[in-house]
Ligand binder design. Structure first.
Ligand code: ADP
Length: 474
């Protein structure tokens, strides 16, 4: 396996020290970890704030969420820069993500006003039946580092819109960004205790998932951790929503527009350094286009600029931390043993000392290889050759995951069939598998997700319970 890169001081003495992955001499911040008693206090504060927030008028909830959205949009440059400095995605991606978080808050503000119930005729004479939506209570929000503003935004905004309060435990790698988001909610007028920030790693997450005072946990992260969170939630009788890994296929058929196919593959596989659960990691390419696709893909991949996240020329920033670097280089070694040398994949030494990797492509792989079965979560893609559409469909669906998939084709017949047959929560045609809208459902199948979908009005399923009332009026 690869040589373990030396880690800068990241935690110790109850403190978490965050560094810039583009330049590990740049300390982004130092944060005191919340003690176990502090986690309990945060849960207690959310429980206390729940009654008043659940009873607030939809207009009051709208106003707070809408203001939070406005502040995020107004400050997207500043927060986006902090995000890119802390997480390593490019400045354009950091600013774009913050803008999107603002739009999410504004959309969910509207949901507070749009929440409805049902009035249904009873099967019994003289009886009225009403189905109302009620908030579930205190929601534990456990989030990863790869979208440090957007993922917390779609969970927290939805929780608040429907009248819940929140204990928010962001990833320990992105505490500067998470703190700014928390601060903005206060500035927007959110009542004290409605969202409580917990600073910590896995232990803090476990305390939240195991707490009897929390009604539900929404989690995004790795499949192994998600499954542990799910088990704890089940054992302690709470609702759970899990967004986990992906091993997403992008099918490229002989009749594809070559430019669209290559662009979709490059963006889907390598933007955000491939650290997206929707990244296109398996490129399933039909034999007639394979040679042209490979040549074009390799040529354009080599031109992609890897560099400091805050350099405006950069297209691919560093991977997020030393553990990620280690994990990805380990998989590159596994891939070398399984499929020979990749194109790219070198550790890059640039002007600043950061976790830079050239994007990597394994050009001749088989779907049974580990690099095609396990989520790598880095700038690494593979090519799997196929001879027909039917074979491509079978290979695309032959995975434990099922988050997103895509097909590049000019055939209406195959595009339509793939949309129907793909066993994934999101399907794209002539677009990368990554890159989603915020007002439509998001989530997957198999080991990718568990529980109701996130985003848009579909999020009501997780963040509310229905109550059915029967009234006999004589
Ligand atoms: P990554 O380390 O790649 O971000 P994880 O799935 O480990 O992926 O982490 C996602 C989130 O879950 C983070 O906020 C992390 O601190 C938290 N976490 C890690 N381990 C646990 C656990 N056992 N229980 C609850 N939360 C956890």
């Amino acid at each position: 396996m690869s040589e373990r890169p030396t880690s800068p001081h990241r935690s110790g003495n109850g403190m978490i020290v965050n560094v810039n992955p583009s330049d590990i001499s740049d300390i982004v911040g130092r944060y005191a970890m919340t003690t176990p008693a502090g986690v309990e206090a945060a849960i207690g504060a959310a429980a206390e704030a729940f009654g008043p927030w659940a009873d607030a008028t939809p207009q009051e909830r709208f106003d707070v969420l809408d203001r939070a959205g406005t502040l995020l949009i107004e400050r997207s440059r500043e927060i986006g820069t902090l995000l890119s400095r802390e997480e390593g995605k490019t400045l354009a991606e950091g600013v774009g993500e913050t803008m999107r978080a603002g739009h999410i808050f504004k959309f969910m503000a509207g949901e507070a006003l749009r929440t409805t119930g049902d009035h249904i005729a009873s099967t019994r004479p003289g009886v009225q039946v009403d189905v109302a939506r009620e908030p579930i209570g205190v929601v534990g929000v456990i989030t990863p580092w790869n979208f440090p503003v957007m993922i917390p935004a779609f969970k927290i905004a939805a929780a608040l819109a429907y009248g819940n309060t929140v204990v928010f435990k962001p990833s320990e790698l992105v505490l500067a960004t998470a703190s700014r988001l928390h601060q903005i909610l206060g500035e927007a007028g959110l009542p004290e205790g409605a969202v409580n920030l917990v600073v910590g790693a896995g232990e803090a997450g476990k305390a939240i998932a195991g707490s009897s005072r929390i009604a539900g946990v929404t989690f995004t992260g790795s499949t192994a951790t998600g499954q542990a969170v799910g088990a704890l939630c089940f054992a302690t009788g709470k609702k759970v929503q899990l967004e986990m890994g992906g091993k997403n296929a992008l099918v490229i058929l002989d009749d594809a527009d070559l430019d669209i196919a290559v662009r979709s593959a490059l963006e889907g596989s390598f933007l955000s350094a491939g650290q997206r659960c929707t990244a296109s990691s398996r490129l399933i390419v039909q034999s007639g286009i394979r040679k042209r696709f490979e040549e074009e893909m390799i040529g354009r991949m080599k031109e992609m600029r890897v560099g400091h996240a805050l350099d405006p020329q950069t297209q691919i920033g560093p991977v997020a931390d030393d553990r990620q670097l280690c994990k990805v280089t380990d998989y590159l070694e596994i891939g070398r043993q399984e499929a020979g040398r990749p194109v790219g994949g070198e550790r890059l030494r640039l002007e600043t000392d950061g976790y830079f990797l050239a994007p990597a492509l394994f050009t001749d792989t088989d779907n049974r290889m580990r690099i095609n079965r396990e989520e790598i979560f880095g700038p690494v893609a593979t090519i799997i050759g196929v001879d027909s559409y039917e074979e491509a469909e079978e290979v695309a669906n032959d995975t434990d995951y099922g988050l997103s998939s895509g097909i590049c084709t000019t055939s209406l017949k195959y595009a339509t069939r793939f949309r129907k047959k793909s066993r994934a929560g999101t399907v794209s045609v002539n677009m990368p598998t990554a890159g989603i809208d915020y007002h439509v459902p998001f989530g997957g199948r198999g080991k990718s997700s568990y529980g109701p979908r996130e985003q848009g009005r579909y999020s009501i399923e997780f963040y509310t319970e229905t109550k059915t009332s029967y009234v006999y009026s004589g």
